[in-house]
Design a protein around this ligand. Structure first.
Ligand code: PHE
Length: 340
C-alpha cells in the first residue's frame, strides 16, 4: 500500500490539465466519493496495526496534496489566465494590487509631530482607558464641577473611577508625575466623548497635545510657538489671534484662531464672514496642576495646548463630514495618495 500511495503522489504532482473539463475529470478520478482516495481510505481499514501510523500519515499527506493540486488547477482555469490550449494569454488584464495610502488623520498627525519635533518636542503616549484622577481631578475638574459636563464620556458601571479619556490632557499629568522638568512633549492620541454623531461631532476623535514646563516660561513663549506652528501648517501668510477662554487646568486660557486661508481674512462663508477660524485651546499650566504632580510651582512654569486632528484635517483638505474618516470608503481614502 505504501508503494501505491507514493506512486499516486508522483502521478498527482506531475499532472497537468489543458482545459476546465480535464480539471473536473481529475477531481472525479481522485477526489469524488467513488474516487481513488476514498478507495484507499477503505483499504486502510485492513492495514496491520503496526503499519497504521506510517500509512495513515502518508495517506493524509496525499489527501492534502490532492486538494492543493485541485485548487491550483481550478484557479488556473477560473481566472482565465491560461487559455484552453494550455498557453498563457498575455493579453488578459492582470489582477493588480491597489497601493495603499496613509489615512488623512495620520497625515495630519505626522505633520503636526514633524513641525513640533523641529523645535525639540518629543512624543509620549498615554492610555485611552483612564482613571478619574488623570482625566479630571488632577486637571482641576473637581467632582460635581460643571466643567465636567462639557466632557461627558463613557463610564463602566462596576468601576465608576474608570472612563474613556475625554482629552489627551490626561497624558500631561502622567508625564509630569514621572518626569522632571524641563519637559517638552507632544501627546497624540484618540479621545472619546458622549456626543450624538453628526457631520461635525463623533463619539471618538483625535487630539495632539503639547506641554512645555521649565523655568521662566511665559505666555509670550506660548504665542510664539503657536505662531510658528500655524505658519508651518497653513502657510507663511497665516496670522493668529488668541481669544480669552476657560479651561480648568490652564490660567490664563485662550482659544487660538488662524486667519481664514480661503479669503485671507477678508471674510467669506467658510469663516462665517469673521475672517478667522478656530483651531486650538491653550494656556499657562495652572500652578495647582503642577503641585498635583509634585512640581514646585514657585520654581517652574509652563504652557499647554491641545488641538483636534479631525478639525485641522477638515480645514487643510476641506473634508466636510467627519464621519468619512471612519467609514473606510476607498473612494475617499485614495484621494490622499498623492499627499504623502
Ligand atoms: N483638553 C482641552 C480640550 O480637549 C484642550 C486644551 C489642551 C486646552 C491644553 C488647554 C490646554 O478641550
Amino acid at each position: 500500500m505504501l508503494d501505491k500511495i507514493n506512486n499516486l503522489r508522483k502521478e498527482v504532482e506531475e499532472f497537468a490539465a489543458n482545459s476546465a473539463e480535464e480539471v473536473e475529470s481529475f477531481r472525479i478520478k481522485y477526489l469524488s466519493k467513488k474516487g481513488i482516495l476514498s478507495g484507499l481510505f477503505e483499504d486502510f481499514k485492513n492495514v496491520a496495526h503496526d503499519d497504521r501510523k506510517a500509512v495513515g500519515g502518508l495517506l493524509n499527506n496525499l489527501k492534502i496534496a490532492l486538494q492543493d493540486k485541485l485548487n491550483t488547477l481550478k484557479e488556473q482555469f477560473e481566472s482565465g489566465h491560461v487559455s484552453d490550449t494550455g498557453n498563457t494569454d498575455l493579453t488578459l488584464p492582470v489582477n493588480f494590487m491597489q497601493p495603499g495610502s496613509r489615512h488623512p488623520l495620520s497625515l495630519t498627525r505626522n505633520k503636526i509631530v514633524e513641525i513640533f519635533s523641529r523645535i525639540g518636542f518629543t512624543v509620549s503616549e498615554g492610555p485611552e482607558i483612564e482613571d478619574d484622577w488623570h482625566n479630571f481631578t488632577a486637571l482641576n475638574f473637581p467632582e460635581e464641577h460643571p466643567a465636567r459636563d462639557m466632557q461627558d464620556t463613557f463610564f463602566i458601571e462596576k468601576h465608576p473611577d474608570i472612563a474613556l479619556r475625554t482629552h489627551t490632557s490626561s497624558v500631561q499629568i502622567r508625564v509630569m508625575e514621572t518626569e522632571k522638568p524641563p519637559i517638552r512633549k507632544l501627546f497624540p492620541g484618540r479621545v472619546y466623548r458622549n456626543e450624538t454623531i453628526s457631520s461635525r461631532a463623533h463619539c471618538f476623535f483625535h487630539q495632539v497635545e503639547g506641554l512645555y514646563i521649565s523655568k521662566d516660561v511665559s505666555f509670550a513663549d506660548l504665542r510664539q510657538v503657536l505662531f510658528y506652528f500655524a505658519k508651518e501648517m497653513f502657510g507663511d501668510d497665516t496670522q493668529i489671534r488668541l481669544r480669552p477662554s476657560y479651561f480648568p487646568f490652564t490660567e490664563p486660557s485662550a482659544e487660538m484662531d488662524i486667519s481664514c486661508f480661503l479669503c485671507g481674512g477678508k471674510g467669506c462663508s467658510f469663516c462665517k464672514y469673521s475672517g478667522w477660524v478656530e483651531i486650538l485651546g491653550c494656556g499657562m499650566v495652572d500652578p495647582s496642576v503642577l503641585e498635583n504632580c509634585n512640581i514646585d510651582s514657585k520654581v517652574y512654569t509652563g504652557y499647554a495646548f491641545g488641538m483636534g486632528v479631525e478639525r485641522i484635517t477638515n480645514l487643510k483638505y476641506r473634508v466636510k463630514d467627519i464621519r468619512m474618516f471612519s467609514e473606510n470608503d476607498v473612494r475617499f481614502l485614495k484621494q490622499f495618495q498623492s499627499v504623502i
